[in-house]
Design a protein around this ligand. Structure first.
Ligand SMILES: [Fe+2]
Length: 180
């Protein structure tokens, strides 16, 4: 079946409505991304880096493009997130929260066809790995724009509310992040 945002949203909503939605959505993403080039070819050219495709109480669906020279600040989702990459590579910098501090835990580059899942307690920063943008379908098992969630200061780990103002202010140039 040819990929389209509309058919993808329909399929994800169906998968998100079953009892084991976390696994069902992950399996669906794996299936859709079995041919990542076909997804990349079918996705319309986008001006915006991040496009909200759908959101209700059960699921939020985004098409996210990241640039290699900018790193999105550490943040939480407060719900399971599945990241399915179809172009480039998305670099996930994972953190642990320890006594209010942020400790780097791991860095994982997610490549086309792979699905990377982050649990409700996960904290990550994201950018594109390599020298070209990454593109991915992000599916969250809940109403992402409706929940109160945090952003974390790169140095101190201090939490601030997730707002677009804070998010933009806390982005970093990739060359300012040694060791990740
Ligand atoms: Fe995220």
């Amino acid at each position: 079946m040819t990929f389209s945002h509309d058919s993808f949203v329909k399929a994800v909503r169906a998968a998100a409505s079953v009892p084991d939605a976390v696994q069902a959505v992950r399996a669906l993403l794996k299936q859709v991304l079995a041919d990542p080039d076909a997804v990349a070819a079918a996705v319309p050219h986008q001006e915006e880096d991040e496009i909200l495709l759908f959101e209700d109480k059960t699921v939020s669906i985004w098409n996210c493009r990241f640039q290699p020279d900018v790193v999105m600040p550490p943040h939480e989702h407060k719900m399971t997130a599945h990241i399915g990459v179809f172009s480039g590579a998305e670099k996930n910098i994972l953190f642990r929260r320890e006594e209010g501090n942020l400790r780097h835990a791991a860095t994982r580059a997610v490549h086309p066809g792979e699905v990377f899942s982050i649990g409700p307690d996960g904290v990550h920063a994201v950018t594109a790995d390599g020298d070209r943008p990454s593109q991915a379908l992000h599916v969250y098992l809940g109403p992402l724009t409706q929940v109160k969630r945090g952003l974390f200061d790169w140095e101190t780990g201090a939490e601030v509310d997730f707002t677009m103002e804070n998010f933009d202010r806390m982005k970093r140039p990739a060359d300012m992040l040694p060791g990740f």
